[in-house]
Design a protein around this ligand. Sequence first.
Ligand code: NAD
Length: 503
Amino acid sequence: MQLESGKSFEVRNLIGGTWETGNGHETEPVYDPATGETIAETPLSGRADVDLAVGAAEAAFPAWSKTPVMERARILFRFKALLEEHFEELRDLVTLENGKDKKDAGGEVRRGIEVVEFACGMPTLMMGETVRDVARGVDNISYRYPLGVVAAITPFNFPCMVPLWTLPVAIAAGNAYILKPSERTPLSAQRLGELLAEAGLPDGVFNIVHGGREAVDSILEHPGIEAVSFVGSQPVAEHVYRHGAAHGKRVQALAGAKNSMIVMPDAVLEKAVPNIISSAYGNAGERCLAGSVLVAVGDVADELVRRIGEAASAMKVGPGSEEGSELTPVIRDSHREKVRGYVDAGEEEGATVVLDGREPPLEEGFFMGPTLLDNVTDGMRVAREEIFGPVLSVVRVDSLDEAVEFTNGSSFGNACSIYTENGAAVRHWRENVQAGMLGVNIGVAAPMAFFPFNGIKNSFYGDLHATGKDGVRFFTENKVEAVRWLSEPGTVESIKRPMETGA
Ligand code: NAD
């Protein structure tokens, strides 16, 4: 797949190694957010398509799960090499369908590759445990097994990385996998499917069913699917968790966020401000780890707001594909309207609009300017709801305890950052703040492949998180064996005898 401007793409389901062609689906347009042009149409699959994918995955599972784990890992090593070879192409595809700049898109592909690298260690990761002599002459041994057919449902904002959070781990562990990518960004997932086939993955181990709500509900209700990993907005995550669990599935559902960045009076502002700008406005604020509320502690507030306002208004708004673009478009016009609505609400509720990004700065595409709201207070919608756009709200408080109290008043618990050089303040914050991904002088505490992505409260539904050892446990189940041998070891001759006689 080579990217050319103005080129349109065909989006197809991948079932048992075959890219399906038109079967009368309704479709949803895929836009290039930088131009607003339609670049593809996503087929909206239904129950019958999910049935086909489950059938293909069920057919592939027995042989794949019995393939030695080192052979499975070797395919992932080849996949990793292909991802490196096609790194720039994948990065540009992410920029094209999502709109983010090349640096962010490259970062996303890199983080995804790191999960593949992690999953290449599956022979070690799948090791069980043993305890000898749990009773006299009895040993206990646990073994890890794949679950069977598993599925993942992913969001638009990381079209390459989020599928890669789970697919390498699930597949290396011996499962057969069905991906339902976001209907707004289906292209990267499709390319991953092509590269997996090139790496030698047997047909049916990785399948793609495109679509929206109907495809999701069909996955959740399908008796052939054992586990579902979901990443997306909070209301859908809750629905997926409840509906999937009601149908007997293991579910992990990573949800929305409203992340605070706490700035203490001793923060090193020259370095903190660019970092805060990148957290709040990078990827147009469309990150579940975006800093959305800046909690200014004590007398740092005026200087902080001045510096943030200055730096944000100097950001270069432009397409992600253009060198130097800092503020890229949001995903769709309808989403831009929603973000604008939040700024309107903030203004009506009494926030001070320091920077107003509501007027589109460019004619084409789905661009917004950076918005900075000051004097935001707890009761306002902009203080508590996920906006998912380039809008930063400033809340002023007098102490670290008040900052933590404000943060803990959120129903979400994805991430929180603190800017300070004071270790005691950091410790106090870490011990008391209710968030699962913490950043110290880091505005986006990016997920690492070997740690769990650790949202809490309404940012996560389930028990085992995605990635890291949690991911391995999510996609496997244990058998625990208690073993004892009843006869005496005997002599070499007595051991040989039954084999020789075939007894
Ligand atoms: P979304 O919830 O709209 O869509 C996610 C997936 O759910 C898509 O595949 C979509 O087709 C499907 N879907 C949408 N509406 C549905 C419905 N009513 N019923 C069933 N399925 C439905 O999310 P999005 O807009 O694509 O992604 C942005 C959201 O994802 C933000 O809230 C962001 O915080 C969250 N997110 C969270 C994490 C995390 O790790 N916690 C990571 C990335 C994104």
